[in-house]
Structures are given as structure tokens and as C-alpha cells.
Design a protein around this ligand. Structure first.
Ligand SMILES: [Ca+2]
Ligand SMILES: [Ca+2]
Length: 282
């Protein structure tokens, strides 16, 4: 009997716990019904060794979706007393456009894919990884992220006028930081109506304005599409061109890229992985 229970406990127990919690609370969501649990592992491993360890003992190396998860991990790293720890973000070979505001619930189907590029944009040669609404029009241009422009923040708490023009010229990363600190994030544009609303808020005589669209080639170990990034100043800096780069969270809570072959502590998570939910029938 004990053997029987021992065999079956790992399978039915989490399902039962989930079903009971779901029925009791009346909240049986389609996604993210079980929050991720993060685990700081103080053994020093290369990024690939850490990935293997996390996949064996938990679900995978940590994926981070938003500031709330970021704060949880930052506390865990500080409590564990480690200076830096690998997370699941690794530099890949195919850059893709994505919105700074990473919350998937914010977008209906295809809304993350809306684009309003001007003729000849984005530049076929690449190398311009951040996006503006162009001076005097509603069309988009890709642009060097280090240029300084006014920008449009999105404030999710203001339903009548969620867009805020900030008339203080900053580079894209500083504009993003400002919007996250004072509002919600840099503005996403989900459809033509929003593009017109934002263009109206931009007004005339403000030059190009940053919006939240950017392009990078970073990929999560678990295949998540999270566009959340939390780089420290002047990071990622790809120091040492011969390396493949992976991401560490430092004790300050900011992210640093480092050669994946270095050893460090690391952070695993336990929970549903994207597209492979533990409970696909919910
Ligand atoms: Ca361009
Ligand atoms: Ca670095």
C-alpha cells in the first residue's frame, strides 16, 4: 500500500491541490493559474550546466515576466547573499520586434503584431533597434536606441487618457526606465485607433517620439516570449566578442550580460512552462 501511494502521490497530489484551490477560490484561469516559484541555487555552474540542473530538479532556468516577479527574485538573491546569478535569458541569432510592455493579457490576438512602418522602414540593413513615431506624421521609423527624443508613456491606471507625452529628451532605455517608474511602461500600439490617439497626444513640434517597440535577439531557456528586460546602465555590453552571452541578475537587481562559460550561482523556477502547462485542461 505504501509502495502504491509512493508511486502515485507525485502525480495526483499537485493536480488535486490545484483543482481544490481552483474550485474553492472560484478562480480557474486559463493561464498562469499557479505562480512561479523561484529557487536560488548557490552552486557555481556555467549557464548550460545550470540549465541542465534546473530542468532536472525544477522546471527550467528562471523566466521573468514583469516587475513583480523581478522584485521577488531580487529579494531571494539578496537573502541568499549571492553577488550574481544566471537567469534563463541567452543571446540567440534571430532578432525580433517586441513591445516593452510584456504583459500578455494586455493584447488580444494579433495585437502584438500591429505595425505602422513608413515606406522603406524598418531599414533592411538593421542596426536600428528602437522605434519612433516620426516627426509630423503617424508612421514609424526604426532608429538608433541611443538617440535622444521625447517619448510616450502608457499609464494603465488612467482609462480616459492613458498616453502621456514626456517632453524631456532621453535615449530609449532611459525613457523606458522613466515610464516604468512614473507610469506603467513605454506606450504599446495595438491598432490603428491607438496609433491615432498617440499621434494626437504627441501633437506637433515635438520631433520624433519613442514608443515601446524594440528589437533584440535574446531568448528564454523555456521558450517564453516574455519581452521583459531589466538591464543595468550600459548593459548588455557584449564584452569579449568571442563569447556567447547569457544573463545574470546582480545583487542590485539589475541585469548584466556575461560569457555563458563563466560559472555563477543561478535561479531556477518551478511551475508551468509556456505552451506546456501542467494542467492543459484548465
Ligand atoms: Ca530607420
Ligand atoms: Ca556585461
Amino acid at each position: 500500500m505504501c509502495g502504491h501511494l509512493h508511486l502515485h502521490t507525485p502525480i495526483w497530489l499537485p493536480v488535486c491541490l490545484h483543482v481544490c484551490a481552483c474550485l474553492l477560490s472560484g478562480v480557474c484561469g486559463l493561464s498562469s493559474s499557479v505562480p512561479r516559484q523561484f529557487h536560488v541555487v548557490k552552486e557555481e555552474k556555467t549557464w548550460t550546466e545550470a540549465q541542465q540542473y534546473c530542468r532536472e530538479k525544477f522546471t527550467d532556468l528562471a523566466t521573468i515576466d514583469d516587475m513583480a516577479e523581478m522584485e521577488k527574485i531580487k529579494s531571494a538573491v539578496q537573502d541568499a547573499g549571492v553577488r550574481e546569478a544566471w537567469i534563463g535569458l541567452k543571446h540567440g541569432s534571430s532578432p525580433k520586434w517586441q513591445w516593452s510592455l510584456a504583459d500578455r493579457d494586455f493584447y488580444r490576438e494579433n495585437e502584438t503584431e500591429f505595425r505602422n512602418w513608413d515606406n522603406g522602414q524598418p531599414n533592411p540593413a538593421g542596426g536600428e533597434e528602437c522605434v519612433v513615431i516620426k516627426d509630423g506624421g503617424g508612421e514609424w521609423h526604426d532608429h538608433s536606441c541611443t538617440s535622444n527624443f521625447h517619448f510616450i508613456c502608457y499609464n494603465g491606471t488612467n482609462s480616459t487618457q492613458p498616453y502621456v507625452l514626456v517632453e524631456d529628451k532621453k535615449n530609449w532605455t532611459d525613457a523606458q526606465r522613466y515610464c516604468r517608474e512614473h507610469h506603467t511602461d513605454l506606450a504599446s500600439v495595438r491598432n490603428q485607433t491607438e496609433n491615432e490617439q498617440i499621434t494626437a497626444v504627441r501633437g506637433s513640434g515635438n520631433g520624433h517620439v519613442w514608443i515601446g517597440l524594440f528589437r533584440d535577439a535574446w531568448e528564454w531557456s523555456d521558450g517564453s516570449s516574455s519581452s521583459f528586460r531589466h538591464w543595468g546602465p550600459r548593459e548588455p555590453n557584449y564584452g569579449g566578442a568571442e563569447y556567447t552571452f547569457c544573463t545574470q541578475i546582480t545583487s542590485s537587481g539589475l541585469w548584466n550580460d556575461a560569457g555563458c562559460q563563466y560559472t555563477a550561482s543561478f535561479i531556477c523556477y518551478e511551475g508551468e512552462s509556456p505552451g506546456h502547462g501542467l494542467f492543459p485542461w484548465f
